[in-house]
Design a protein around this ligand. Structure first.
Ligand SMILES: Cc1cc2nc3c(=O)[nH]c(=O)nc-3n(C[C@H](O)[C@H](O)[C@H](O)COP(=O)(O)OP(=O)(O)OC[C@H]3O[C@@H](n4cnc5c(N)ncnc54)[C@H](O)[C@@H]3O)c2cc1C
Ligand SMILES: NC(=O)C1=CN([C@@H]2O[C@H](COP(=O)(O)OP(=O)(O)OC[C@H]3O[C@@H](n4cnc5c(N)ncnc54)[C@H](OP(=O)(O)O)[C@@H]3O)[C@@H](O)[C@H]2O)C=CC1
Ligand SMILES: O=C(O)C(=O)Cc1c[nH]c2ccccc12
Length: 427
C-alpha cells in the first residue's frame, strides 16, 4: 500500500485504486463538510489545539451562502454581538448591523488568521459509517470540471452544510406558460434589473420582505404573496434590538411570556398589521422559531412600503397564466417577473447515510442544546435554528470534544509504537 504524508493538512494519502475508483485519502483527524461560518468555527477550534482536519466545500470559496447566494444590499439583521464566531470579535468600527461585505471580510480574515484551507469544489455525495473498521467513508466529486472523485476515510465527521443548503422551488400549475423571468431569491442581486417592472414576490419571510423593499428602492412594482401567516416584529423596540430584548427576557421568564411581551410591543409600534393581509400565526414568534424553525420577520422598512401601497399584499397562488397569475381569491394579476422567496432546506439526507442522529428533514433529531453530538464520531454544527450564535455554541462544543478524544488516542498510539493496526476497510 502506498501511503504518503501530505504536509499541508496532515493527511495520509493512500493511492489504492482497488478500494475506490478515485483517490482514497485517510485523514488523521475529522472531516468537516461545509466551509460556511459553522465549518470555519470548528476548524478554528481544532487549529488552536493542533488537531489536523480536512474541510470539504462544494463551492469555490468560503461562506458561499454569503458570497454567492445573497443580494447586494443585505445586512445582518441581528446585532453584531450575536453574529461573531468564537475566538475573534468583529472589528470595533463595525456598525451595529454589519453589511454582508463586512461580514464576508471578517470571515475571510478569520480563515486567514487560523490558516484554514478548505478543499474547494469538492461536493460530498455520500458519507457512510463502515462498521468493519469503525471509520467514516466520505465520497466527493470535483464539481469544478473534471468530475474526479475522492474517498476520505476518517474517524470523525462534522456536518456543517447549513440549514439553507438548497433553495426550495415549489411547483405551480401553469408555470411553464408564464413566459416571464422566474428566479429564486438566492439568485437575486439587486432591483436595478426590475426598474418599472411588475414583480410577484412569492413568500413573506425575511427574504420576501427585503427583496420587496429593494424592488421599491429601484422603482419596481412588487406584489408579495402571503399564503398563510407571518410574524413581523420591529427590528428595535425603544432603541434596543428586539432580538436582544427577547434573549434577555428569556433568562427570566418562559418563552411564551416573552412572546406575549414582544407581540404587545410590536402592536404598539407597528399597529394592527392584520389589516394589510399580514395575519399572525397562533403560536408566538420565538416559540415558532424554536419549534418549527420559522423565523419572524425583523422589519427594516418594508412595512411602511406596505402601508403606503408600494408593496401590494396578495393571497396564495392558484396558477400561473401567460404573463400573469391567478390567485386563490380569483383575482388575476398581470406580472413581468417572479421571485421565489420560498426558503431553503438542509441537504443532509441526500448524502449522509444515517437515520438516527439526523431526521428526514435534515436536522438533528435532538433539539438544542443536545443536537451537536451523535454516535460513532458524528457531529452537527449550525442546525440549532439560532443563527450564527447557535452555530458558535455548537462549534466550541464539537471542537473541544474532538480535541479531547484525538489527544487521548494520539497519546495511546504513541505509547504503543510498533503495534500495527489490524483494522481493515473493505471496498
Ligand atoms: C439571507 C440570509 C441572511 C441571514 N442572516 C443572518 C443573520 O443576520 N444573523 C444570523 O445569525 N443568521 C443569519 N442567517 C442564518 C444563516 O444560516 C447563518 O448566517 C450562517 O450562514 C449559517 O452558517 P453555516 O456554516 O451553518 O451554513 P452556510 O453558511 O450555509 O454554509 C454551509 C456551507 O456548506 C457547503 N455545502 C453544502 N452542502 C455541501 C456538500 N454536500 N458538500 C460540500 N459542501 C457543502 C455550502 O456550499 C456552504 O458553503 C441568514 C441566512 C440567510 C439565508
Ligand atoms: N437580513 C437578514 O439577515 C436576512 C435573513 N434571512 C434569513 O434567511 C432564512 C431564510 O429566510 P427566507 O428565505 O425568507 O425563507 P423562509 O423559510 O423564512 O420563508 C419562506 C416563505 O415562503 C413561503 N412559501 C413557501 N412555499 C410557498 C408556496 N408554494 N406558495 C406561497 N408561499 C410559499 C412561506 O410561506 P409559509 O409560511 O406559508 O410556508 C414563507 O413565507 C431565515 O432564517 C431568515 O431569517 C433572510 C433574508 C434576510
Ligand atoms: O436570521 C436568521 O435566520 C436566524 O436564524 C437568526 C435568528 C435566530 N433566532 C431568531 C429569532 C428571531 C429572528 C432571527 C433569529
Amino acid at each position: 500500500m502506498n501511503i504518503n504524508q501530505c504536509d499541508e493538512c496532515s493527511l495520509h494519502q493512500q493511492n489504492q485504486e482497488d478500494l475506490f475508483s478515485g483517490r482514497c485519502i485517510l485523514v488523521n483527524g475529522p472531516v468537516i463538510v461545509g466551509a460556511g461560518p459553522s465549518g470555519l468555527a470548528v476548524a478554528a477550534g481544532l487549529k488552536q489545539d493542533g488537531v489536523p482536519f480536512v474541510i470539504l466545500e462544494r463551492a469555490s470559496c468560503i461562506a458561499s451562502l454569503w458570497q454567492n447566494r445573497t443580494y447586494d444590499r443585505l445586512k445582518l439583521h441581528l446585532p453584531k454581538q450575536f453574529c461573531e464566531l468564537p475566538y475573534i470579535p468583529f472589528p470595533h468600527k463595525f456598525p451595529q448591523y454589519p453589511t454582508k461585505h463586512q461580514f464576508i471580510n471578517y470571515l475571510q480574515s478569520y480563515a486567514r488568521e487560523f490558516q484554514i484551507h478548505p478543499r474547494f469544489n469538492e461536493s460530498v455525495l455520500s458519507a457512510n459509517y463502515d462498521h468493519t473498521c469503525g471509520l467514516w467513508r466520505v465520497k466527493t466529486v470535483n464539481v469544478a470540471g473534471d468530475d474526479s472523485s475522492v474517498e476520505y476515510i476518517c474517524r470523525w465527521l462534522v456536518v456543517a452544510t447549513g440549514e439553507n443548503a438548497e433553495k426550495v422551488v415549489p411547483e405551480f400549475e401553469g408555470m411553464h406558460e408564464f413566459g416571464g423571468g422566474v428566479m429564486h431569491a438566492c439568485d437575486y442581486k439587486s432591483g436595478e434589473f426590475y426598474r418599472g417592472k411588475r414583480v410577484l414576490v412569492v413568500g413573506c419571510g425575511n427574504s420576501g420582505m427585503e427583496v420587496s423593499l429593494d424592488l421599491c428602492h429601484h422603482n419596481a412594482f412588487p406584489s408579495m404573496v402571503v399564503r398563510s401567516s407571518v410574524h413581523v416584529l420591529p427590528r428595535e423596540i425603544l432603541g434596543k434590538s428586539t432580538f436582544e430584548l427577547g434573549v434577555c427576557l428569556m433568562k427570566w421568564m418562559p418563552i411564551w411570556v416573552v412572546d406575549k411581551i414582544l407581540l404587545l410591543a410590536a402592536k404598539l409600534i407597528l399597529g394592527n398589521i392584520e389589516k394589510y393581509g399580514l395575519k399572525r400565526p397562533s403560536m408566538g414568534p420565538l416559540q415558532l422559531k424554536n419549534t418549527q424553525g420559522k423565523t419572524p420577520v425583523l422589519d427594516i422598512g418594508t412595512l411602511s412600503r406596505i402601508r403606503s401601497g408600494d408593496v401590494k399584499i396578495v393571497p396564495g397562488i392558484k396558477k400561473f397564466l401567460h404573463g400573469g397569475v391567478e390567485l386563490v381569491n380569483g383575482e388575476i394579476l398581470e406580472i413581468d417577473s417572479v421571485i421565489l422567496a420560498t426558503g431553503y432546506s438542509s441537504n443532509v439526507p441526500s448524502w449522509l447515510k444515517e437515520n438516527e442522529f439526523f431526521s428526514r428533514d435534515g436536522f438533528p433529531t435532538s433539539p438544542f442544546p443536545n443536537g451537536w453530538k451523535g454516535k460513532a464520531g458524528l457531529y452537527a454544527v449550525g442546525f440549532t435554528r439560532r443563527g450564527i450564535s447557535g452555530a458558535s455554541v455548537d462549534a466550541i462544543k464539537v471542537s473541544k470534544d474532538i480535541i479531547k478524544i484525538w489527544k487521548n488516542e494520539t497519546k495511546q498510539k504513541n505509547q504503543s509504537v510498533g503495534v500495527s493496526c489490524n483494522r481493515k476497510c473493505k471496498p
